[in-house]
Design a protein around this ligand. Structure first.
Ligand code: TYM
Length: 342
């Protein structure tokens, strides 16, 4: 088999989200919404990266439930399982296998430089090896599908750059086996900040603290309350701004811009007659409520048929495995692992 035969004819997109509780507006605007908008243009694979979730302590029952719910949420957000391959990472063995092969090719120094590892490890007393090696598993997720594009939020850009470096190093040593992917970061919504602290990214790990995140399954009432208590500043000007002191207002306007698709000037104009930040908060809450309400309703419907969800995951795992196994086979051959004659 020629190594390049594992590359797809059509441009292929791969991305994933960890099934930890609290899928939020940042995940939606930074990632899922773009996947939905572009799903008909390319060949798509979207996974629920449950093996990544194990890098932090998880309650087993919650992890299991969150995994199925995230597949349901993908569909509720508009991903069509007839168009996209939706699957769970641990259902496709090739991820772990390729993860090991690539771990052996990744210099430790590259992993020590990852900012997310530095942030997360500083917050913990004991740091698991998985947390350090995690970006290599992410590289495996991408490279076994020969993905051309990886649509992610800003915080994952460094991991996709690392994936490129790993693929290039592997290819230099073993021949052109791996496709070098491109990160695709949205122009708007790539970094949504916490409503309680606009200097920190909205994150699932802080999602349980009240007023931090808007969850995709939040009720309209909760969404309105969270926006009303959003941290702003003591001024009154409603403008986009790079000034850290105005980060709260900037974040609210950015959410409004991402949801409505309006130009910056138009967004500012919409609030030109506002009586203080209260009007801004209510205005942003209203567009977010309108965008998320159909997702919440569809999610509830989809969760009513667990059998159909399992069938989507089963089909997804089969399609994904067929692609991934070919790449892992080519990697093993290139690296010199002995293959039994069939
Ligand atoms: P995760 O699960 O933390 O986040 C999922 C996606 O949401 C984006 N995102 C945000 N975008 C805008 N504003 C925010 N506040 C915000 N928070 C999160 C993330 O950039 C991401 O696109 N390592 C990845 C999961 C992963 C993956 C992959 C992604 C594993 N393997 C292969 C792409 C390809 C992660 O932990 O994302």
């Amino acid at each position: 088999m020629s190594p390049t035969s594992t590359f797809p004819a059509k441009r292929r997109v791969l991305s994933g989200i960890q099934p930890t509780a609290g899928i939020h507006l940042g995940n939606y605007l930074g990632a899922i919404r773009r996947w939905v908008e572009r799903q008909h243009e390319k060949e798509n694979l979207f996974c629920v990266v449950d093996l990544h979730a194990l890098t932090m302590p998880q309650d087993p029952a919650a992890l299991r439930a969150n995994t199925q719910e995230l597949i349901a949420l993908y569909i509720a957000c508009g991903l069509d399982p007839e168009v996209c391959t939706l699957f769970v990472q641990s259902h496709v063995r090739a991820h772990v296998e390729a993860g090991w092969l690539l771990t052996c090719e990744t210099p430790l120094g590259w992993l020590n430089k990852m900012t997310q590892f530095k942030d997360k490890s500083q917050k913990q007393e004991s740091v698991g090896t998985g947390l350090l090696v995690y970006p290599v598993l992410m590289a495996a997720d991408i490279l076994i599908y020969s993905a051309d594009e990886v649509p992610v939020g800003e915080d994952q850009k460094q991991h996709v750059e690392l994936t490129r470096n790993i693929a290039e190093k592997f290819n230099r040593r073993f021949g052109e086996v791996l496709k070098v992917p491109q990160p695709v970061i949205p122009e708007v919504g790539a970094r949504i900040m916490g409503l309680d602290n606009p200097l920190a990214k909205m994150s699932k790990s802080s999602a349980s603290s009240p007023g931090h995140a808007i969850l995709l399954t939040d009720t309209p009432d909760t969404i309105m309350k969270s926006f009303k208590r959003a941290v702003t500043d003591s001024g009154g000007e409603i403008r986009f701004s790079d000034d850290p002191a105005k980060a709260g207002v900037d974040n609210l306007l950015s959410i409004y811009k991402a949801i409505t698709g309006k130009a910056k000037e138009e967004c500012e104009r919409d609030f030109a007659g506002a009586r203080g930040y209260g009007d801004l908060k209510v205005g942003v809450a209203e567009v977010v409520i309108a965008a998320l309400a159909p997702i919440r309703e569809r999610f509830a419907q989809i969760m009513g048929d667990r059998g159909a969800l399992d069938a989507v995951m089963q089909r997804g795992a089969e399609k994904a495995s067929a692609i991934a196994d070919r790449t892992v086979g080519a990697m093993k051959d290139a690296m010199g692992l002995y293959r039994l004659p069939l």
